[in-house]
Design a protein around this ligand. Sequence first.
Ligand code: UDP
Length: 479
Amino acid sequence: MEKGFGGEKPHALVVPFPLQGHINPMLYFAHKLVSHGFLVTFVHSEHNQSRINEAKEKMKLEDADKDNIRLVSVTDALAPEESRSDVPKLLDSLQDTLASSLHKLIEDINKTEAHGITCAVFDLSLYYVRHVAKNLDIPYVLFSTVSVATCVVVQESSTLISSGIVSPNGTATVDKMINVLPFMPPLRSTKLVWMFGSEDQIKINMEMTFEAANAIREEFVVFNSFYDLEAPSINDYPGKDTKISTIGPLISPGILEGDLGQGEFGRQGNLRAEAVECLAWLDKQPRQSVIYVSFGSLAILNAKQFQELAAGLEATGRPFLWVVRSDLMDGTIGALPPGFAERVGDRGCLVSWAPQLSVLCHPSTVCFITHCGWNSTMESVSTGVPMLCWPSSFEQFLNCTYIVNEWKIGLELIPNGDGLVEKGEILNAVEKLLVGEEGIDIKKRATFLKERARESVKAGHSSLFNFNLVVETLRSKRI
Ligand code: UDP
């Protein structure tokens, strides 16, 4: 560990859950802390750190602001060959080891640095490590990478069990639309946030959901969201002892000011190198013409679905930019339909990882086929791009419900009885969004929310006000 990092400034330890969708918003948050006079030690897993280094090398990127933000890494306790996309396994292995790794890390820093760690920001999914900060008597906050509404459902999980809608094992007893709380849109009982994986897995997820719901009582939780987007969930949040604070959208300041580049910060935590050349391809497309397609960092399509999506995009006759991660397809036969590349030609641009924010900001981009991960949702909201929702897991169904039914800034792609989103469904949804009357209203709403998002981080508005309170909390006590 290099000596001398520290001094009079407050020094925050920032610890995301080691997945792309957690690293991104927490890295932006870390940079925001730096711009408010903090030093930050940002903790990656060793596995991710080497992927990030590799991606940076490919992109020829320097570390941004390395005088104030230092990257360190700790083990995730998985063997090198084990998959880091198996979220339950990753959760498990970190739960066994992370608290002691962080404790040791802080001890080392405090022994060798001028002033050591003075505060901490922990990913909400790692709520159990908050004891490390408690033991050291330093202030900390928990950082949620999901929406306030998602946490509302987590808080209400035991009520759903006592009302008989959910079994004690976490599975739904009936498949119907339910009203979790009066201020929420109806949600499908079989698609609640812990209902992913096998029945055994759902049982484990349910236990973790209970634990998390209990653990965050009396805690300070910050969200990458903003008041105007989630006012009902914020105003009537059911965990009365939890202090919640929305400080989003957390994206590069340049983007919010209308700068098309994603900015240095956005690229610093990439686990994959970005295919920035797709921006030159976008430059050549007509304004408001390109369908952007991405399913985030984890979602998998089976081979049949992959082919159907390709056929749907082809059928639209419109230009599209499609992120096909190397691990997007499940199985070995997930190739593109025969002759696809020749027929589509330069109208289609396929990349393995896109500079997503720059793509969403680009004037050629007209809509976003998305899995509704929370970051993708916030990024789309902040750039005013209407969404075609294709949720598959975690809290993506809830995000989809909000996008379609509450905020009315997108449409849902509905799978057939076999769970397949058919070519015709893709074509119809694209046309409805881009040509129909409904599409015009959706675009208006998306533009309205974009303005609210951008306003919220300005002086005198909610997210900046809340951010300043978080800063005060983190500065509140020094060791
Ligand atoms: N992302 C990106 N390039 C891509 C696909 C995704 O930079 O080609 C980023 C995206 O901007 C977002 C994150 O990866 O910040 C994905 O997070 P999200 O919560 O949307 O989904 P997850 O990967 O967690 O399912």
